[in-house]
Write a protein that binds this ligand. Structure first.
Ligand code: NAI
Ligand code: 15L
Length: 265
């Protein structure tokens, strides 16, 4: 199935770059947006720079779109004031624009840092309590709550994806458990576009890795089954010292995000 115009925010970022080709098959026109350079528009693309902190610009950006993949924002821990402006106010502007313009389906790029203060031996589901591990995780919890409000009150459906680590390859031992391939992300977006009834599910964005802390059985109805696995990177960290089990970055699912002190000091 194809939508007419699909908006991708944060399109110049890591995930934006990884999915740019793959998601083009889901839309007649891909509207790519970022504050960073996106290069030349390829066939079927339109480039529309926009700062998410500018509510009027966000409204214009959303106008004329049929669905949105919201990847834009600050993607790691940072000062609370910056995170609030971009991730909280920016996401609010986007949902308000969607409500006013009648956009009915959104992907919200949430993060495992919403639940980063659970221990690794705890298996989480979509119903597990949130335990954000910093300013960044709190901003993603806000986005999840906002998505839920706009579903319950306005019937706007959101696929909430608590992304693990979506990169070309895992960068450390922890990411052997949290890694998500670009292909699995594109296939998940395909299910978001195709499924007749989406609702507002929370899905852990993770490939079929041998070690895993997250259980997506509550959202089986989406029909998304990850096909890749970090097993293809077996041995990648053999030269790196074993993890210290008493290290907070090893105890908590959020890793270094949970271990780090208060960012604003
Ligand atoms: P990234 O940092 O590479 O990309 C984010 C993009 O948002 C950047 O291109 C940046 O220029 C843009 N952006 C930042 N501030 C902006 C503003 N004021 N206005 C407009 N655009 C702005 O991050 P990445 O890795 O591609 O992640 C994409 C999304 O997925 C983010 O929301 C991130 O929080 C989330 N996520 C990513 C994970 C990963 O493993 N890559 C894991 C969990 C969540
Ligand atoms: C995230 O939320 C970040 O956006 C990404 O840069 C990674 O650090 C990822 O989580 C992770 O937990 O590995």
């Amino acid at each position: 199935k194809k939508v007419n115009r699909l908006l991708v925010t944060g399109a110049a970022g890591t995930i934006g770059g990884l999915i740019r080709d793959g998601v083009s098959e889901f839309a007649e026109i891909l509207r790519l947006s970022d504050i960073a350079d996106l290069g030349e528009a390829r066939p079927g693309e339109e480039i529309m720079p926009c700062d998410l902190t500018d509510a009027d610009a966000v409204h214009k950006l959303v106008s004329g779109c049929d669905a949105i993949l919201h990847f834009g924002g600050i993607s790691t821990e940072n000062r609370a004031d910056l995170i609030h402006k971009v991730n909280i106010e920016g996401t609010y502007s986007l949902y308000e624009a969607a409500r006013k313009e009648g956009v009915k389906r959104i992907l919200f790029a949430s993060s495992n840092h919403v639940i980063g203060f659970h221990k690794r031996e705890t298996r989480l589901t979509a119903s597990s309590p949130i335990r954000p591990d910093g300013n960044y995780g709190v901003s993603k919890a806000y986005g999840e709550a906002l998505a839920r409000l706009y579903w319950d009150k306005y019937g706007i459906e959101t696929l909430i994806v608590r992304i693990g680590s979506c990169f070309p390859a895992p960068k450390d031992r922890r990411m052997m458990a949290t890694w998500m391939s670009a292909g699995d992300m594109v296939r998940l977006i395909g299910r978001m576009i195709d499924t007749p009834r989406l609702g507002c599910p929370i899905v852990y964005g993770v490939s079929d890795n041998a070690e895993s802390w997250w259980d997506n059985s509550e959202t089986d109805y989406l029909g998304w089954r990850p096909q890749d696995s970090s097993a293809q990177f077996a041995g990648l960290f053999d030269d790196v010292p074993q993890e210290d089990p008493t290290d907070p970055a090893v105890i908590w699912q959020g890793g270094m995000f949970a271990k780090a002190g208060h960012f604003d000091d």
